[in-house]
Design a protein around this ligand. Structure first.
Ligand code: TPP
Ligand code: SF4
Length: 269
């Protein structure tokens, strides 16, 4: 019997603020799991630290809540050891693009067959509203960055493209069905699938409620990396849909041969 999205909820009540975008990302993930007809024991959700990184506890699957910025190396190790699992890494913009930035570059470059959902609210929510790598340069926060960040914002999709990601998509928490579709396609994609999920922090950046009016859907996916680069650089950051899709060999290439050898049989010798 196929499972419904609600069957993938763990029953643990999220402790996110009312209105936090992360609720909808959670819903989108469980919808994508149901559409993919994944059994709970065939899926693992891995995270770092942050409000967004609490997500694995709320999903009825294998899960691991790691340390700050280390969701991607954990997910990579798991996928290499257990290629049969659908491995999904999740986290926030602070987790993934600041302390975890180096891992982000190399995950795109390695092309391990995992999905990475970065829940971007342009702020460190859990630690009470400091600027993050994706905070706009002009973002004025009275207490912590009273003159703006004075630093150019990190561009996750441009960096993903330059680093070799084969699947790059942007979704919005206010459109959980659209986001679920992107996650579903990311799960089906053979290789590293990066999903930039705009997910508002209503507590520390309440003006993000206006994102609902700003997001717009792409008409078509660019056909080449050059076209994708042009689109991503010209984009206002609110275009949703698949920004780039192109397959190349996944890592490790000797996956099937390696997984056929049970390491315990060698130890027994
Ligand atoms: C090594 C380390 N440094 C700093 C922290 C403190 N810390 C916890 S969560 C967090 C930021 C989380 O922000 P983000 O990833 O954007 O997620 P959000 O809470 O906004 O969903 C930081 C800096 C930590 N837990 N570990
Ligand atoms: S502080 Fe922001 S990111 Fe954290 S739960 Fe509240 S609304 Fe969500």
């Amino acid at each position: 019997m196929s499972l419904k999205a609600k069957d993938y909820k763990s029953g643990i009540k999220p402790i996110w603020c009312p209105g936090c975008g992360h609720y909808s990302v959670l819903n989108a993930i469980t919808k994508a799991m149901a559409a993919s007809e994944l059994a709970s024991h065939e899926t693992a959700i891995i995270s770092g630290i942050g409000c967004s990184s609490r997500l694995p506890a709320y999903v009825n699957s294998y899960g691991f809540h790691g340390v700050h910025g280390r969701g991607l190396p954990l997910a990579t190790g798991l996928k290499v050891a257990r290629p049969d699992l659908e491995v999904v890494a999740v986290g926030g913009d602070g987790d993934g693009f600041s302390i975890g930035g180096n891992h982000f570059l190399h995950a795109c470059r390695r092309n391990v067959d995992i999905v990475y959902i970065a829940m971007d609210n342009e702020v460190y929510g859990m630690t009470k509203g400091q600027a993050s790598p994706t905070s706009p340069e002009s973002w004025l926060d009275g207490k912590l960055t009273p003159y703006g960040t004075e630093v150019r914002a990190f561009q996750p999709c441009a960096i993903a493209l330059a680093s070799g990601a084969g699947f790059i998509a942007r979704g919005y928490s206010g459109d959980p069905n659209g986001l679920a579709q992107l996650i579903y396609e990311g799960m089906a994609f053979p290789g590293f699938a990066f999903i930039h999920a705009l997910s508002q922090c209503v507590t520390f950046v309440p003006e993000q409620k206006a994102w609902k009016q700003q997001v717009h859907k792409l008409d078509a996916t660019p056909a080449t990396a050059a076209e994708a680069a042009a689109l991503i650089h010209a984009d206002d950051g609110f275009a949703t849909g698949i920004l780039y899709r192109s397959q190349r060999p996944v890592w490790p290439r000797a996956h099937e041969q390696a997984s056929a050898v049970d390491p315990r049989s060698e130890l027994a010798l």
